[in-house]
Ligand binder design. Structure first.
Ligand code: CA
Ligand code: CA
Ligand code: CA
Ligand code: CA
Length: 472
């Protein structure tokens, strides 16, 4: 997102096991495993834009960070039992991390370093600096290790809620692996990138000079992935405004932290999803195509394959968005024909996808918000008799990008983002981390399906999670 949040105290909890409903109109019958939903935040007000990461040196260590309503901090949940119980706190509330606005992004590396980036908040504005913080104790404590200054002409602070073109810093994404950490963000026009070498737990070098990525002006909502040889790929969606459509653009920095920069962009596809594409299930904030990358660094058969997930609207402005998956075996030069991930037979919205690759075997998991069970006919999946404005959280797995598993309903309940009065609905993204055969998603939910939401009938969003086992 790029907006604000609030503060409060927190606790822990686990919800009841639920048997997810069989998907209406699923392409094939699904044996649904029980997916236990956990209300991680259990706090007043809205939590959205959850980012999550599993520690590869201790897969029971799972961390979720979200924005909170009305600015001034981030919500954090830390689990050391695989996501069953969580220690929660507010960070970035004028503590050693400064004051955080929003847009959290986290990544564990192979040493157990947990990197965090976000946007600062100064008064009602976001300064042109993007912080990088590091935790070496599984997320219990963070310290700032760098403040990345936006390159180019300095300019006045801008309103944190301003929409449209040429925001100055926005949408950071951080990824760490293979001896490096990389950060990309929208620098008010182009995507920019920087990275640093990492040699061990707490051993992070200096960040290289920030480089603008050629061909990315007005391209945003990006992601960054690190390949098996240390090469780096970014993806973004252009343009960052409107509802008419956007192009997915990828490019590679082939020598990673070496002196070469990013090459020219490859336009993968037109999504028909603009930077602010309004759909009934996200009526206040809108959605973007939310492209995501995952690079196979595993020892599996498709090591070197890079996967791309995004939302595609067809026909344009129909609100029938679907989740699409492509892959490339040539560093993003050419891409496979897109595979539709969601297996419903409806014309409802599927949106805000997230992809994560299990580096133990090369399988990918994909999660998203899904309105397939909201036909406006009441019953499970419909809170209000209006079609396509309620969402559940769904997921799927793929071994190699050529086929995808039957879809799995992950959320036990059904949410209505507008009822949350969050002004940004579920925000701009969902969260997912997949390691060792278990996917850990993070999503915003106001169903109160676990009975732990302190807002009761006020319908504010809590951050939920679950442990979802790879069936493939
Ligand atoms: Ca559109
Ligand atoms: Ca659809
Ligand atoms: Ca509805
Ligand atoms: Ca809440």
């Amino acid at each position: 997102m790029r907006r604000h949040p609030l503060v409060a105290a927190i606790i822990v909890a686990a919800g009841p096991a639920v048997l997810a409903a069989a998907p209406a109109g699923a392409a094939h019958s699904v044996t649904q495993a029980a997916v236990t939903n956990v209300d991680v935040s259990q706090r007043p007000g809205n939590e959205s834009e959850g980012t999550t990461a599993v520690n590869p040196t201790n897969p029971n260590n799972v961390v979720i960070i979200t924005n909170i309503q009305h600015g001034g901090g981030l919500f954090e949940g830390v689990s050391f039992d695989g996501g069953v119980t969580w220690t929660t706190s507010i960070i970035g509330d004028n503590d050693n991390l400064g004051v955080a606005c929003c847009d959290p992004t986290i990544s564990f590396d192979e040493h157990g370093n947990l990197f965090l980036s976000y946007l600062y908040l100064q008064g009602n504005t976001v300064p042109n600096i993007v912080p990088v913080a590091l935790s070496t104790d599984g997320g219990l404590h963070f310290n700032l290790i760098s403040n990345i200054v936006k390159p180019g002409p300095t300019s006045a602070l801008i309103a944190s809620d301003r929409r449209g073109l040429f925001r100055f810093v926005d949408q950071p994404t951080i990824t760490a692996a293979s001896g490096a950490v990389w950060l990309v963000f929208n620098a008010g026009g182009p995507v920019v990138a920087t990275g640093a070498a990492v040699t061990g737990l707490g051993a992070v070098g200096s960040f290289i000079p920030v480089e603008a990525v050629p061909g990315t002006n007005n391209c945003t909502y990006g992601d960054v992935a690190i390949g098996p040889a240390g090469q780096v790929m970014q993806v973004c969606t252009q343009t960052e405004s409107g509802q008419g459509g956007g192009h997915i653009r990828v490019s590679e920095d082939a020598d990673g932290l070496g002196p070469g920069g990013f090459g020219g962009t490859v336009t993968v596809t037109d999504t028909h999803v603009g930077g602010f594409d309004f759909i009934p299930a996200q009526p206040d904030r809108s959605v973007d195509a939310e492209p995501g990358l995952a690079w196979d660094r595993s020892g599996g058969p498709h090591r070197g394959r890079v996967y791309l997930v995004y939302a595609h609207e067809h026909p344009n402005e129909s609100d029938d968005t679907d989740i699409m998956l492509s892959y490339s075996d040539d560093q993003g030069v050419t891409w496979s024909a897109p595979l539709r991930v969601n297996d419903d037979r409806t014309v409802t919205s599927q949106f805000l996808p997230k992809i994560s690759l299990d580096q133990t075997d090369g399988h990918v998991a994909i999660v998203w918000y899904d309105a397939r069970n909201d036909l406006g006919l009441g019953g499970a999946g419909d809170t209000d008799g209006v079609p396509n404005d309620d969402a559940q959280f769904w997921g799927a797995f793929s071994d190699d990008g050529t086929t995808v598993s039957s879809n799995l309903q992950i959320s036990a309940g059904t949410s209505n983002s507008h009822d949350s009065q969050n002004s940004i609905d579920y925000g701009d993204y969902s969260g997912l981390s997949f390691f060792g055969g278990v996917a850990h998603p993070a999503w915003s939910d106001n169903s109160n399906s676990t009975g732990n939401n302190p807002d009761g009938q006020l319908h504010a969003l809590d951050i939920y999670s679950a442990s979802v086992t790879d069936p493939t």
